[in-house]
Design a protein around this ligand. Structure first.
Ligand SMILES: NC(=O)c1ccc[n+]([C@@H]2O[C@H](COP(=O)([O-])OP(=O)(O)OC[C@H]3O[C@@H](n4cnc5c(N)ncnc54)[C@H](O)[C@@H]3O)[C@@H](O)[C@H]2O)c1
Length: 359
């Protein structure tokens, strides 16, 4: 079983293919025949995944296949971290007609995307995201980049791939926390755009259902469809793409404060979504019943629904006011209007914002 999404953007259209055992079966010939190919692989991705990919590439008559393994972290998502990739391209005399493949999580796809955007002013790119978060979020939409001087993703480019392959086999080796972090983004997509997906997630997680490959393919497909639809309409984040930040204004502040070091992105976004839902309730945009449903789902997937003991309100407020979404000193929040619909709320009353942190 596989599902396909056609992402249409002003800079080009491409297919997102979602399925199981895709890498060993995909015919890459239309993209790789007679071309030099560099696969950049996250070292945590199991070797069997790379072997399957290499076999398919070789069968597709690539002229040359090079593989570079990289260690990934938010620290190596940097100019220094890019150097080995540029060096591999340069040393192997890769020309403008070469093809780059990013095989890893969001850090890898962001970095490889940025190299593809800038090497010889742009070469073709295939993204093969191997974490749930990178499948439903990072690898779709063409945002690429690195961290610089203590800020996240502040250097980069919009650059669309030629193809995105999401193979559920790659998710089997993920840690539980990395898997849950991806589910947090899927919940986010359901809340801002798809009540049916929300109900589907409730059915799976409230009933503690074991996820089959088919379930996984279905929720990845529905979630990716939302991201693809939003970025197709707003490639460069001038309008609706901001809705994807639901839970992130609070979430970034949770992530940033020292007292919560060790909090994963998904955990911070999970708490952020509860705060943003509280705010939506206080602004009378969702009912108490809807608020409870959201909290139950977030809790049922293993995300925290309470502030950690070492939470410090002063640090949190400071982190909020540093957040990049402060526009002309206004705080911008994404709030819900019922389940499955969202809007931008600028500068809500401060007392309501503070109240919404009281989980
Ligand atoms: N470009 C965008 O639109 C966008 C959107 C959301 C997030 N991001 C970026 O994505 C990054 C987060 O993505 P992520 O959660 O995938 O992080 P990640 O790339 O750090 O991957 C998470 C962990 O999983 C490991 N891993 C990857 N694939 C694996 C596999 N198949 N088996 C076992 N382990 C594996 C990685 O080594 C890492 O330890 C952040 O840097 C964020 O800024 C970008």
């Amino acid at each position: 079983m596989s599902k396909s999404i056609n992402v249409r953007t002003p800079s080009g259209d491409y297919e997102v293919l979602i399925g199981s055992n895709l890498l060993e079966n995909y015919n890459f010939k239309w993209l790789v025949q007679n071309r030099q190919v560099l696969v950049v692989k996250d070292s945590m991705v199991p070797n069997e995944i790379l072997e399957n990919l290499n076999m398919s590439l070789a069968n597709s008559e690539a002229r040359q296949i090079e593989v570079l393994e990289i260690e990934t972290s938010e620290k190596t998502k940097s100019f220094e971290g890019l150097m080995p990739i540029f060096e591999a391209l340069n040393t192997n005399k890769f020309n403008r007609d070469c093809l780059l493949i990013g095989l890893g999580g969001g850090i890898t796809t962001d970095m490889v995307g940025f190299v593809a955007a800038s090497y010889l002013r742009g070469v073709d790119l295939i993204q093969i995201p191997t974490t749930l978060l990178s499948q439903v979020d990072a690898a779709i939409g063409g945002k690429t980049g690195i961290n610089f001087s203590g800020s996240k993703n502040n250097i980069g480019a919009f650059y669309q791939p030629k193809l995105v392959l999401m193979d559920t086999e790659t998710l089997k080796s993920l840690s539980e926390q990395d898997f849950i972090d991806g589910v947090a983004e899927i919940i986010k997509h359901s809340l801002i755009a798809d009540q049916k997906l929300f109900a589907n997630l409730e059915n799976i997680f409230l009933n503690n259902k074991e996820l089959s490959d088919e379930d996984l393919i279905q929720i990845i497909y529905e979630s990716s469809l939302i991201k693809a639809f939003i970025v197709s309409n707003d490639e460069k984040e001038k309008g609706d793409r901001a809705l994807l930040n639901f839970g992130h204004t609070f979430g970034h502040a949770f992530e940033a404060i020292q007292s919560l070091e060790g909090f994963s992105h998904g955990q911070a976004v999970g708490l952020g979504m509860i705060c943003a839902s509280n705010l939506s309730f206080l602004l009378e945009k969702i009912s108490l019943e809807e608020l409870e449903k959201i909290k139950n789902l977030i809790k049922s997937v293993g995300l925290p629904d309470e502030l950690p003991e070492n939470f410090n309100m002063e640090d949190f407020s400071e982190a909020m006011s540093r957040d990049k979404k402060i526009l002309d000193k206004k705080l911008r929040f994404i709030t819900l209007r019922g389940l499955g619909s969202a809007e931008i709320t600028e500068d809500p009353p401060e007392d309501l914002v503070l109240k919404s942190i009281n989980l």
